[in-house]
Design a protein around this ligand. Structure first.
Ligand code: FES
Length: 154
């Protein structure tokens, strides 16, 4: 009986452990607030977290780098200032809104928190919505385990 309880407790403990560690894709990844571009400037990619750091008029956001059609990695096209997927031609605005192509929805986003220099959360985006960087923002913690699907265009 004691052996059973020990095994059961060990398995329960393993299941209770977080599956992803901080700093890895699937977990929370922290970037400097200054890593975000100026409003409407060229987005910057975070390859570890697989998200674009985007700044539009509504504020900052973290957009998943995988196309919402069949999962290709799309790219920023500086000449036309859109995200363009090389696989089947889907196109998206800087804010992730679908423009054209077979993708069934806008680009997906990640939830994130804004922290001050002491590590206190001073703003949150639980649904991945764009939010303004508040005064005193030092870093942004993107939760790559909390993907929010883009809005359907069907
Ligand atoms: Fe991007 Fe098909 S995977 S358009």
């Amino acid at each position: 009986m004691a052996l059973f309880l020990l095994q059961f407790g060990g398995i329960t403990f393993l299941f209770a452990m977080p599956r992803f560690r901080e700093g890895q894709f699937g977990g929370k990844i922290t970037v400097a607030a200054s890593d975000f571009p100026e409003p409407n400037a060229t987005p910057r990619v975070n390859n570890v977290g697989k998200f674009w750091l985007v700044h539009v008029n509504e504020g900052i956001g973290a957009i998943y780098t995988i196309c919402t059609h069949l999962g290709c990695i799309y790219a920023w096209n500086e000449a036309s200032r859109i995200f363009a997927c090389p696989c089947h031609g889907s196109q998206f605005q800087l804010n992730g809104k679908w423009i054209a192509g077979p993708a069934p929805r806008d680009l997906d986003r990640f939830a994130f928190e804004v922290l001050d220099a002491s590590g206190n959360v001073i703003a949150e985006s639980p649904r991945g919505e764009f939010i303004k960087l508040p005064e005193g923002a030092a870093s942004v913690r993107v939760n790559t385990g909390a993907k929010v699907l883009g809005q359907s265009n069907l």
